[in-house]
Design a protein around this ligand. Structure first.
Ligand code: AMP
Length: 127
């Protein structure tokens, strides 16, 4: 496995403060911000601060601390945006597109957290 991270991507620019974002929360290793084109009433992106292209790259090369921080941040976002049942919400979806077949547009790992409305079936079946 060999991934090359390109730091010209838009999320790298957000992390460097070169373009603005609507921050939801930030931890030592992760950043959560609102998606610019929300697909649901709650649509937040969670990214690691480190230079990881996708999920596979992240879990293979990130430290345990970064991985724990990232996954806990996804949970915190769900609670703080109140889509998690524990926060009085009605459920949510977590999704990460990886690579061309996964339809990943930005080559910096991101998890989408969707909620605030029914998300429908997970994916359209072929044929
Ligand atoms: P994906 O197709 O899974 O790579 O998702 C990329 C997501 O990034 C899309 O949902 C876009 O709406 C979102 N996006 C692109 N540019 C920005 C930006 N500057 N700020 C926030 N979200 C963005």
């Amino acid at each position: 496995m060999y991934y090359v991270y390109d730091d010209r991507n838009i999320f790298a620019k957000i992390l460097r403060g070169e373009i603005p974002s609507k921050k939801v929360l930030e931890t030592e290793h992760s950043l959560a911000f609102e998606d610019i084109h929300p697909a649901k009433p709650v649509h937040v992106l969670v990214i690691p601060k480190g230079p990881y292209v996708n999920y596979d790259h992240f879990v293979a090369e990130a430290s345990d601390e970064e991985i724990t921080d990232f996954f806990r941040t996804v949970g915190k976002v769900a609670r703080e945006t109140r889509v998690a049942e524990a926060a009085g919400g009605n459920g949510f979806r977590v999704l990460s597109n990886c690579g061309p077949d996964g339809f990943q547009e930005v080559p910096h790992l991101h998890f989408h957290v969707f909620g605030g409305a029914h998300c429908g079936p997970m994916i359209k079946r072929d044929g």
